[in-house]
Design a protein around this ligand. Structure first.
Ligand code: FES
Length: 118
């Protein structure tokens, strides 16, 4: 696994989620209770961008239809989503946020759109 730098710590203040990239890889990076998290940027319900959503006290909420996900596990904690989102290991050091990407990890995209075009 390789940790890639995605943002400065100051770009992800408490209670905020934003989209960041590491090359081809796209993430929603959030900070909740002081800890930085990285997840897929695509809601498992209908692919809305989670970086356009809002953090809740217990996870990340999608702005489209109200689904929410645990930032640690990616499990859905509020419907209509039933599938988890992918979560990535995060390291924060020297004022920078790094996301762990496995060697065989493929960049995540909107799954429904990818499926349609294949
Ligand atoms: S796309 Fe996220 S709740 Fe529907």
């Amino acid at each position: 696994m390789e940790f890639k730098r995605v943002a400065r710590s100051g770009q992800v203040p408490e209670g905020i989620v934003r989209r960041f990239y590491a090359g081809e890889y796209e993430f929603a990076v959030a900070r909740l209770n002081g800890k930085a998290y990285a997840t897929s940027n695509y809601c498992s319900h209908l692919d809305c961008l989670l970086s356009s959503g809002k953090l809740r006290h217990d996870g990340i909420g999608c702005s489209c239809h109200g689904s929410a996900f645990d930032l640690e596990t990616g499990e859905p904690i509020c419907p209509p989503a039933t599938e988890p989102i992918k979560t990535y290991p995060v390291e924060e050091r020297d004022g920078e946020i790094f996301v762990g990407i496995a060697a065989d990890e493929l960049p995540e995209g909107p799954r429904r759109r990818l499926r349609r075009s294949s």
